[in-house]
Ligand binder design. Sequence first.
Ligand code: G3P
Ligand code: CA
Length: 352
Amino acid sequence: MVTRSMSRLLQGVVLMSVITGNVLPLAPAMAQSDAADKVVVAHRGASGYLPEHTLPAAAMAYAMGADFQEQDVVMTRDDQLIVWHDLTLDRNTDVRHQFPGRARDDGRHYVIDFTLEELRQLRVTEGYRLNDAGAEEMIYPQRFPLWQSTFTIHTFAEQLQMIQGLNRSTGRDVGIYPELKSPAFHHEHGKDIGMAVLSELKRFGYTSKDSNVFVQTFEFDELKRVKEEVLPALDIELKLVQLMGDDESYAWMLAPGGMRELAQYADGIGPEKGMIISYESTPNNLQISSLVRDAHQAGLKVHPYTFRADDGQVPGYADDFEHLLEIFLFEANVDGLFTDFPDKAVDYLSER
Ligand code: G3P
Ligand code: CA
């Protein structure tokens, strides 16, 4: 049977070099992993359905069958770890109303300037921005309505307690995928978020490479420090993932030998998905970079971000969200992916 993916290959998929942009001949059959080996990472919980990084969003993602739950982690003024994506509070809370006068000169309210007790008073909502008239506009208009119901900020420990509790009550073994958010910013403020998060993981029993956790960060300097200093100091070993975006600071990783160098410190990479399949691709000309192949040759897992099913978020080269998943998982051969819609990825993989 000729599958849709095979048909697309026959239509003329090209393998592009992410470094040179040169079109290369299609690589000979690369080893493909099966659906059962691919992992679904719930990105900020089931954030396509409920406000991101709330406990209800994490519980929903768990119930949807995600293999891993992502936690972005930020530190408070009193050195507590909270599950939160931004360094600031303005996109998802009512902080400007509850704490007038607490913004920095740039007009934003920073998590690191607030205590946990203060942060717990905030009301959390779906992401929004203020338009020129000062009115709130949802970033993803079809998502959960602004200010509906009651959501609050919680700690990293509270989320780990919930996931471990669910693992106990369901008999499943769902993993966690914490991100050290902006370590350099935390260091500038006298806070060692790497040590704090890794210590918490140890306290919760995540201590070896077999533990069901990947620790991720965009900052290579911190990844290296975690590998060489923090993990040894705690006498534990964990799987580490280097996140990457399409900018100059990651160029050396994409250059010849870069992945092998990175593999001395990391167990996987988390690239922005456009680094794997160019947004310039069309349905008949899918431009797949050498990134997955290079990473696999270096022994690294590949978990790209972020897969969203909202209107306007599926690139034009894919027919729909499921087709996008198929292209990444079975043509580009990634090992898993971060998605705001974990149910769709779980259903797609189980049907396949
Ligand atoms: O950590 C993977 C992905 O979440 C990276 O982007 O900005 O959503 O943390 P961001
Ligand atoms: Ca993240």
